[in-house]
Write a protein that binds this ligand. Sequence first.
Ligand code: NAD
Ligand code: TYD
Length: 355
Amino acid sequence: MRKILVTGGAGFIGSSFVQRAIDALHDSRVVNLDSLTYAGNLQNLEAVAKHPRYRFVRGDIRDRALLGEIFTAENIDTVVHFAAESHVDRSIVGPADFIETNVVGTFTLLEAARNAWLKDGVNKRDSRFIHVSTDEVYGSLGDTGAFTETTPYDPRSPYSASKAASDHLVSAYFHTYGLATLITNCSNNYGPYQFPEKLIPLVIHNAVSGKSLPVYGDGKNVRDWLYVADHCDAILKVLAAGRPGETYNIGGSSERQNLTVVETICDLLDRRLGLLPGDKPRRSLITFVKDRPGHDRRYAIDATKIKRELGWAPSMSFEDGMRLTVDWYLEHQSWTEAVTSGAYRDYYRRMYDER
Ligand code: NAD
Ligand code: TYD
């Protein structure tokens, strides 16, 4: 029976992983540690909130004492580490939180695992520390090629630099202390429950209400899109059979220019909702805006290794995934309203801070 500490399990990918872990690992216990920043939302976890093998702890991964208590009380043998500041644009405006959570937080978590698992130089049996990272650590590609696990690191935003730093710390804990760490570097995710500051949910939200759709620069930057459930399945495979000390690249083999992604959303919404007043298609809302500083041109993942070693491949096509995602946002407009209005943060304040 795995006793799993998931960090950041109230966020977009973490909440999807928590649900899948509870469903797929029948004898596991999942403790979700999340500080509930603007990106964390317990509504994402309503389906498992009362499950007997699930526990939520509100807390910060930088809280050394709390981590010690959780590792001991829950006899944690597995960490799946999602907690992070995750939005590039925010990292440009204010990098400090990215260094605090992504670098100092990961370091604090590694120390907690080392203290709990490497007592007297003996590694706790079957312990695993999975560090969930991004393809952005590898930098920016030209028109051809794809990132492999041996591509040199070349991060170019404060976000990717902080993730790169944390990857290096994780790797160092394997080589120096023998901690059973594994790193996954994944391409851009999309799907339900993604905070509407990222491209896809932001464009859906704006396009539903007829607001302008900001496309940075010339719109020709390329991302390799992966449906969030496929990412979580890949992490479960890494947990089951990945080799400690290894890195696994995870990607969707679905490269698209940003403009194509935005146009896809516009066309899907036109079909679902009809044209805008005046018979205007939603593509007319597209507005080219000033480029993001240091904007990486192209990301693409070569996922040969995880396919060969662990038998993982994405199951969702980009077209099907986008249809599901657009439909989900249409059916859950109250979720988007709540997270953009901050209503859920008032709820947390009442739930936790004022008690
Ligand atoms: P997210 O921003 O939606 O969620 C992050 C979660 O971490 C939130 O619930 C937040 O409350 C929590 N958190 C933040 N700081 C914390 C702290 N100090 N202590 C405890 N909890 C804290 O992020 P996401 O998109 O779900 O990404 C999850 C992980 O996957 C990140 O590590 C990210 O780098 C990585 N990743 C994301 C993508 C993507 O496309 N979204 C792609 C590859 C890798
Ligand atoms: P984003 O979802 O922020 O992910 P990342 O920067 O981690 O890849 O952005 C995806 C792409 O879309 C990226 O090239 C920046 C671009 N983008 C826009 O053109 N307009 C927007 O409003 C946003 C948020 C992103």
